[in-house]
Design a binder for this molecule. Sequence first.
Ligand SMILES: Cc1cc2nc3c(=O)[nH]c(=O)nc-3n(C[C@H](O)[C@H](O)[C@H](O)COP(=O)(O)OP(=O)(O)OC[C@H]3O[C@@H](n4cnc5c(N)ncnc54)[C@H](O)[C@@H]3O)c2cc1C
Length: 374
Amino acid sequence: MTFQAQADTPQLAALRREVREFVASERPTRSYEYLGGDDPEFSRKLGEKGWIGMCWPRAYGGSERSLLERYVIAEELLVARAPLGFHWIGDRQAGPLLLRYGTEEQKAAILPRIAAGTCRFCIGMSEADSGSDLASVRTKATAVSGGFVLTGAKLWTSGAHRSDFMIALCRTGPRGVSRHEGLSQFLIDLRAPGVECRQIENIARERDFNEVVFHDMFVPANCLVGGLGEGWKQVSDELALERSGPERFLSSFGLLLELLDVLKAQASPAAAREVGRLVAHLATVRHLSRSVAGLLQQGEVPALEAAIVKDIGTNLEQEMCEVVRTLAGVEPDPQAEGLAGSLAQVLWRAPSFTLRGGTREVLRGIIARGVGAR
Ligand SMILES: Cc1cc2nc3c(=O)[nH]c(=O)nc-3n(C[C@H](O)[C@H](O)[C@H](O)COP(=O)(O)OP(=O)(O)OC[C@H]3O[C@@H](n4cnc5c(N)ncnc54)[C@H](O)[C@@H]3O)c2cc1C
């Protein structure tokens, strides 16, 4: 396991300033929704700036910039609580997956659309009874003439009803001894016949989750992503991308900024100490997360390191709510303006921080195995 320090170079610092100026001039909506919610128009503008798919080859709409440059942009936009949901999954994981494993036809057709901010992806991994135990997915893709027929259902699929495509993990063969055999990934056109998105309300009364049902849906053979039966390895690569970014410790960062505004005039030594402790923890997890971006840049698949970032980062995001509530002396109130309203917004979502993208217990199992303690 290797973690390495990465400070802003002058080039990264200049890019950071550019993003701040862009946000100040665009004035996007600010929200505590996951990834600030969806705004296709804002995503399109980011695409025009070359800030989506920015590490990809120019031939596929990218701008061949570094993962650390991507990191700086992501960090600044997340802190601004700008709406990133429309392009995030395509930029973070579906695009890199296609770049690595997709056919030339898939890359040419899809990557430029993601990079332009005009195409939304969702993640088709979880099913009923197959969340943590992902290898047990039961959605079946049966080979037929010219392609596959998909039968089954995905669950908790965020934003599927607003998405153009899903990358779906399906069973295409027997489980084998390791249980990881016989899984394959497919590029699913969610506008094609045979697929149905059923929205599910969450605790915050938002209808972002879906059950996505495949009614014997025909999927052409050219929609298989990577090798038949190679799905487990591919999905493991994806999870390293999904777990290590700044979105895993910045979900409640806005609360800290709001708290500082409230405390400014009246910070007691005890409050200052507590804020200092939180900021020190944030700085540490940010350091870990940036160094994972460095490992990804070198072409490694840092699954263990990503699990550590997500575990520490999401626990910190949750802790932030309680610290803010205690120090500011406010109770959450969804009807209120200011910190009380924001606290209510974040508290509704906080339980999900340590579930989505892999639960706390599952991540700790991965970490234990990774350090040889299991
Ligand atoms: C906000 C949100 C958005 C999501 N978006 C998506 C999405 O877009 N696409 C998608 O595919 N999925 C999505 N998910 C699903 C998410 O990945 C799963 O909820 C998660 O993997 C847990 O699976 P589960 O809900 O089936 O719980 P289970 O796997 O049934 O786990 C229940 C409990 O048992 C514990 N547990 C399970 N196995 C072990 C073990 N081996 N050792 C110790 N404890 C264990 C878990 O930690 C958990 O506390 C989303 C979830 C949330 C909350």
